[in-house]
Design a binder for this molecule. Structure first.
Ligand code: C5P
Ligand code: C5P
Ligand code: ZN
Length: 463
């Protein structure tokens, strides 16, 4: 691993310490999170363990709480390796006396000997390295495994870590460069709209949510019209995919889109996000969902967030047959759910408080994707100055998701802390990152929680 800074060197040495602790055992239970970053983290750890000759099993949890931890402890595992979660639950992990290694990038609470987390070294876990990247470090310490850089990049992109600067930075960048050297990754500047590998070009416009293209987003006819007007032709009956276009045609579409956004009065920062770095997995077949890191991560979310983490994991482990097909089928439903979720928020609107805006989707949006919807709807929210809080019904309580933006973070917003504090005040649990966080709270506590959160956020951005 290329080392850019003393903090990265300290992280590497912490990874070595964790790896040598792992090596004192013969088998491990890997526990990970049900999203793209969690799946890729688990796959990286699984492959590293397999290659090093360990016995291992992988288990996914929606949320690491006392209940799931107790279930894990009841299985008496020789060793538990937590990936993409754990840092917020150290006290509970220790009180259950688990032999545990934690490889996570969420804001840590508590101290543990075998704990690899960028925040402990002054590295930002929301922008510089994800759970999969952190785990890639640990896999490196277990022995090589540089070829897994592609999975690490898929996890980082799944957590939207490339969004702030339009490219991966920090340790994510070192991992990317390592993947390039290994011949598994390629990067270049390109249009950021989703679906370049697999979808006919008009769909990229039709489903564009960041930026939201007024009059075009949501309309197939308007999207096709837009392309025809600037002279992009169909081939026979068929619209080509982005990857099938000539360079000149791509440039033409990008500049027409920029023009369109300018005249529609869209914020400059949103327009900038039309173009950025895209990451290609060179060992995957062109034109498939797994060739592009962003499409790959969405494919994974479409499995794990719908109780099918096993399918996503199999894809990460290399299955391009049955599991891949199942994942693609799930992806269709996922897309539909996201569109329906966004429409619901558009209809209902956001309720404004002093320092936040929120919507409650009740049982209309699944708790596991309500955070994605909250993130996507910031592109059409009238008020960009306030973080978005979302509620969804959950077994025995309410799931909370929150998404801010980098302007707010610069002004002091730390959603992970604010939400952790507010959840605790009402008997729930929560945490996450400065820019995105979540919680689980008792149903009847919603109003009190909102007031506490509003106060906490107000204190952060005024302080
Ligand atoms: O649990 P985890 O760390 O994997 O999730 C991070 C979450 O933060 C992702 O759901 C991602 O969508 C969100 N995020 C965001 N905007 C960013 C960075 C992260 O919404 N700029
Ligand atoms: O679920 P959602 O996508 O909104 O989660 C946003 C971020 O908050 C993720 O990084 C997630 O892991 C974290 N989170 C947490 N504790 C919770 C719920 C979410 O740390 N109870
Ligand atoms: Zn993560």
């Amino acid at each position: 691993m290329m080392l850019q800074s003393p903090s990265a060197a300290s992280m590497l040495s912490s990874a070595r310490q964790c790896a040598s602790y792992i090596k004192k055992h013969a088998s491990a239970l890997v526990v990970s999170h049900i999203d793209a970053d969690g799946l890729t983290s688990a796959a990286i750890m699984g492959k590293a363990l397999e290659r090093a000759g360990f016995e291992y099993r992988i288990r996914f949890v929606k949320q690491l709480d006392l209940k799931s931890l107790t279930e894990i402890a009841d299985q008496n595992p020789e060793l538990v390796v937590f990936t993409d979660l754990g840092s917020g639950m150290i006290d509970a992990i220790r009180s259950l006396k688990l032999n545990a290694v934690i490889s996570d990038h969420h804001q840590p609470r508590g101290k543990h000997e075998y704990h690899l987390n960028p925040h402990l070294f002054g590295i930002n876990g929301a922008t510089e390295i994800s759970g999969s990247g952190t785990t890639y470090f640990m896999a490196g310490a277990l022995g090589g495994n540089e070829d897994l850089a592609d999975l690490a990049v898929v996890g980082a992109v799944g957590d939207l870590q490339h969004v702030r600067h339009g490219q991966l930075i920090g340790l994510n960048r070192s991992i990317l460069e390592e993947g390039v050297k290994k011949g598994v990754l390629h990067y270049e500047k390109d249009l950021l709209l989703f679906g370049k590998q697999t979808r006919p070009i008009f769909k990229l416009l039709q489903y564009s949510s960041d930026p939201y293209l007024p009059g075009i987003t949501g309309s197939e006819d308007a999207s096709i019209e837009f392309l025809k007007k600037i002279g992009i032709r169909q081939h026979g009956e068929k619209w080509r995919r982005w990857i099938d276009l000539e360079t000149g045609e791509k440039q033409q579409i990008v500049s027409a889109l920029m023009q369109f956004c300018l005249s529609a009065g869209i914020q400059a920062s949103s327009i900038q996000r039309l173009v950025g770095e895209v990451y290609t997995l060179l060992s995957e077949r062109e034109g498939t969902e797994v060739r592009d890191a962003s499409e790959y991560s969405t494919l994974l979310n479409a499995t794990a967030r719908y109780d099918h983490a096993d399918i996503g994991l199999a894809v990460c482990m290399g299955d391009r047959g049955g599991s891949f097909e199942e994942a693609c089928a799930l992806l269709n439903d996922h897309r539909k759910n996201l569109v329906e979720g966004l429409n619901l928020v558009k209809e209902k609107g956001l309720v404004r408080m002093e320092n936040l805006q929120y919507f409650d989707s009740g049982n209309k949006i699944r708790e596991t994707i309500v955070g994605i919807v909250a993130g996507m709807c910031s592109s059409f929210a009238n008020n960009k100055e306030l973080p978005i809080i979302a509620f969804a019904d959950s077994d025995g309580g309410v799931k909370v998701s929150s998404r801010g933006n980098y302007d707010l973070v610069r002004r002091g917003l730390n959603l992970g802390e604010a939400i952790g504090e507010a959840a605790k005040a009402v008997g729930g649990t929560g945490g996450g990152h400065d820019i995105a966080a979540g919680a689980f709270i008792p149903r009847e506590a919603k109003d009190e929680f909102l007031r506490a959160l509003d106060r906490a956020i107000g204190g952060q951005i005024r302080g």
